[in-house]
Structure formats: structure tokens, C-alpha cells
Design a protein around this ligand. Structure first.
Ligand SMILES: C[S@@+](CC[C@H](N)C(=O)[O-])C[C@H]1O[C@@H](n2cnc3c(N)ncnc32)[C@H](O)[C@@H]1O
Length: 205
């Protein structure tokens, strides 16, 4: 996977598709809005500069219904990872003096969704502690992709999803991200591939 350029300034961003990132599965977000009723809460863990999060906010706004959208990120990047041992977020972290929180927030503002999204600067498992079990409709995991991190994320967030809700994640790709596939297979044997290189677990009702 080639890292996208991180250097889109706020001036250049007016739409989620202007934001650097890897997100390409908007139909999954549309599926969530079509499936779940108004009042549901959607959480994205791992937002980077907000490409997928701003798309989700846009899909929600287009539905004309009220959902709660929460994005969670340390804003300190994932560090070096993957087959190329690449630090894909490092330049954005450096640009912000150790955090890209400002860039992320500015992109939400530039896309006109800052009032519709709750941004939580936090590590994934610590953030999960803030939510009651069974309180979230859909949690999408796209934070660090090594085996242990994905296991930690699954263990932290699976209890938070309500019966009938979804826990899903990015980079379900055995070649590029074998740790993701192994962690999902070990911890959620009922999960399955979803869309392009995503996985999804439907919590039993
Ligand atoms: C692959 S990027 C997310 C891309 C984004 N979903 C998109 O498609 O535009 C992964 C993000 O996870 C964040 N991250 C890594 N480990 C984390 C953790 N333990 N808790 C919260 N965020 C984390 C990084 O800071 C980075 O922004």
C-alpha cells in the first residue's frame, strides 16, 4: 500500500474525498445508515486526517436522520507497521509538533461536519472504557494493524456493541496485514470478509 500524501492543507479540503487516507468503502457506511434506525451510535476507531470519518458524517447528513457519530484517535499515528515497516502517519504527526489533532479537526470544520461529529483524542482501549456495554450500534476498527493491537481492540469494543449491531474493521488482507486476519479469525470466528478488504461481525441478537 502506498501512503497517501499527508499535506493537503485545510484550504484544499472542502469534501471528504479531498482528505488523504485509504478509505474506499463508502457503501458500507451507506449500508449502516440503511440498516440502523435514527438514534443509533456509530464509532470509528482510527481516523487519521478524517477521510472516512467525514464521509460517514456526510452519509449520515444525507439520510436526514439523527445519528451520533464518534471518531477516536490518539492523533499520534500508528508508528512503523506493515510489510514495509512504514510510518505512514509520521509526517502529519511531525507537522503538528507531535500530534495531527489540529489537522484532523480542521478537516472536519472544512467539510462542514465539526458540529455533527464527536472527536475523542484517546487511545482505543481507554476510550472503550467510557462506553457502557451494549450501548453502541456500530464500531469500526481502523487503528494499529498488528495482531496484538487488533486483539486488544476487539476485546475492548466487542462488549460495547449492542446485540444485532456490527463490529467491523479495515485491512482484512492476509498478504498485507496478516495480523488483522489472524486476530479476527482467533477472536471472532463468526466474522466474515466484507466489501473490499474489510471484515464484519454481526453481534448475535
Ligand atoms: C489507518 S489510519 C486510519 C485511517 C482512516 N480510518 C481513514 O480511512 O481515513 C490509523 C489511525 O489509527 C490511529 N491509532 C493507532 N493506534 C491507535 C490506538 N491505540 N488508539 C487510537 N488510535 C490509534 C493512528 O493515529 C492513525 O490515525
Amino acid at each position: 500500500m502506498t501512503a497517501p500524501s499527508h499535506d493537503a492543507t485545510t484550504d484544499q479540503v472542502t469534501h471528504w474525498s479531498d482528505i488523504p487516507g485509504w478509505f474506499h468503502w463508502r457503501e458500507g457506511q451507506q449500508d449502516a445508515v440503511a440498516t440502523f434506525p435514527e438514534g443509533s451510535t456509530f464509532v470509528e476507531v482510527g481516523c487519521y486526517l478524517g477521510r472516512s470519518l467525514c464521509s460517514l458524517a456526510d452519509v449520515v447528513a444525507g439520510s436526514g436522520r439523527d445519528y451520533t457519530v464518534i471518531g477516536i484517535d490518539t492523533c499520534q499515528g500508528s508508528g512503523a507497521e506493515g510489510r514495509a515497516n512504514e510510518d505512514a502517519h509520521g509526517a502529519a504527526v511531525d507537522e503538528g509538533g507531535g500530534t495531527f489533532a489540529g489537522l484532523l479537526h480542521r478537516n472536519l470544520i472544512a467539510c462542514g461536519v465539526a458540529d455533527d461529529v464527536h472527536l475523542l483524542v484517546s487511545s482505543s482501549p481507554r476510550a472503550a472504557d467510557l462506553f457502557a456495554d451494549g450501548s453502541l450500534t456500530w464500531v469500526h476498527l481502523d487503528a494499529r494493524h498488528d495482531y496484538d493491537s487488533v486483539v486488544t481492540d476487539i476485546e475492548a469494543w466487542a462488549p460495547k456493541v449492542r446485540p444485532g449491531g456490527w463490529l467491523s474493521g479495515d485491512d482484512y488482507d492476509d498478504l498485507c496485514w496478516p495480523g488483522v486476519v489472524r486476530a479476527v479469525t482467533d477472536r471472532l470466528p463468526d466474522a466474515h470478509g466484507w466489501l473490499t478488504a474489510q471484515w464484519r461481525w454481526l453481534k448475535p441478537a
